[in-house]
Design a binder for this molecule. Structure first.
Ligand code: CIZ
Ligand code: SF4
Length: 342
């Protein structure tokens, strides 16, 4: 998009939030980014949780962390700028070791990814020898390296079922694990909370106490309140929400699945229980439909990244993701195994 097209797009989606002068500055910044992107032979990835002015202008690809990492791996670019958080950029590096991978913020953490360490996984494996370990993609590379297979929120059930194992260790999201346990009919325990009897034949899924600090805050009461004032609302909840919240919703899926659901169904009014920016982005593309969202709850890490940070990342080559090769190879196996099951 050239300057005029960018400004026109920004004006359509954001003129109620920013002045004309502010939108012109954003469009100018997008042009500066496009120039430096060419100079550095870079590809820009925009996660679904990025704010609308960024999401709708400079990314070459938008989507979820795995999809974006795969998109970038297929390009011949030298540099990947991952507009998302660190564990996501690590996934891109795992798939593209020869490329320079940058995340444009040095505060790109995640409460879920930081809830577990590689040492924690090793301890669980010694507690439950021989039990396969499934790790959600929201983990750091050294944790992935300790596990048998990765999963996303979109394929977690299929991954667990593909193992054909009576017992599975599922890390680190307590709620995603609870949701998958329900879907697969498995009984779940949390060694950090429950007293564990390894001979307990009932134990089919071993979880961890990690949580996303954003999805953790949505409640059944939130859904009931919105349904009371909007009886026609269709509720979409991310599976990082509590199992009772997922139960009270009408559909649950990954960010990509939620986007597809809205695209393929002609309903008028939705409540989105996930990072608010995604609702902003879908609303911008669907002005005739209503995307209700609870924006008091925001991801403090995703929200760090603005257009100017992308420019700085490319100009100053910051903040570069590095993974020791030994760990990357092991983490790659875990990701690759997931990709093999489709
Ligand atoms: O992997 C991702 O991008 C995340 C964190 C969520 C999702 O559902 O896409
Ligand atoms: Fe982590 Fe939750 Fe933020 Fe995603 S929304 S980066 S899972 S804290």
């Amino acid at each position: 998009m050239n300057y005029d097209q960018t400004l026109e797009k920004l004006t359509i989606i954001l003129s109620d939030q920013y002045s004309e002068a502010e939108l012109m500055l954003k469009a100018e910044m997008a042009m500066k980014i496009n120039n430096i992107k060419k100079e550095r032979n870079a590809v820009i990835l925009g996660h679904n949780y990025m704010e609308p002015a960024l999401f709708h202008t400079v990314p070459d690809f938008t989507g979820d962390s795995l999809g974006l990492s795969r998109n970038a791996a297929e390009t011949d670019k030298d540099v990947i700028v991952f507009c998302g958080v660190e564990f996501m950029a690590e996934t891109a590096k795992i798939l593209s070791p020869e490329k320079t991978v940058l995340v444009p913020s040095n505060k790109a953490g995640c409460s879920l990814a930081s809830s577990i360490t590689a040492a924690d996984v090793r301890k669980l494996k010694s507690q439950f020898p021989g039990v396969p370990v499934v790790t959600y993609i929201n983990t750091y590379a050294d944790v992935k390296a300790e596990t048998d297979i990765c999963c996303t929120s979109g394929n977690a059930k299929e991954v667990v079922e593909s193992l054909n194992s009576d017992a599975v260790i599922f890390l680190p999201d307590e709620y995603l694990a609870g949701n998958v346990a329900k879907e697969t009919g498995k009984h779940i325990i949390f060694p950090s909370k429950n007293k564990v009897n390894n001979n307990d034949l009932d134990v089919q899924m071993i979880g961890w106490h990690g949580k996303c600090e954003v999805h953790d805050q949505f409640s059944v009461e939130d859904i009931e309140n919105v349904r009371a004032s909007h009886p026609d609302v269709f509720v979409l909840a991310h599976p990082e929400c509590k199992p009772e919240v997922v139960d009270a919703s009408d559909f649950s899926g990954s960010t990509t699945e939620i986007i597809h659901y809205i695209k393929n169904n002609n309903l008028q009014k939705y409540l989105l229980l996930t990072e608010c920016a995604m609702g902003d982005n879908i609303q911008a593309e669907n002005p005739n439909r209503e995307m209700l969202r609870l924006c008091a709850v925001r991801c403090p890490y995703m929200n760090q990244i603005q257009l100017k940070d992308i420019y700085d990342a490319l100009k100053l080559n910051q903040y570069e993701i590095t993974i020791p090769e030994e760990i990357r190879l092991k983490a790659y196996k875990s990701v690759e195994r997931m990709l093999q099951i489709g």
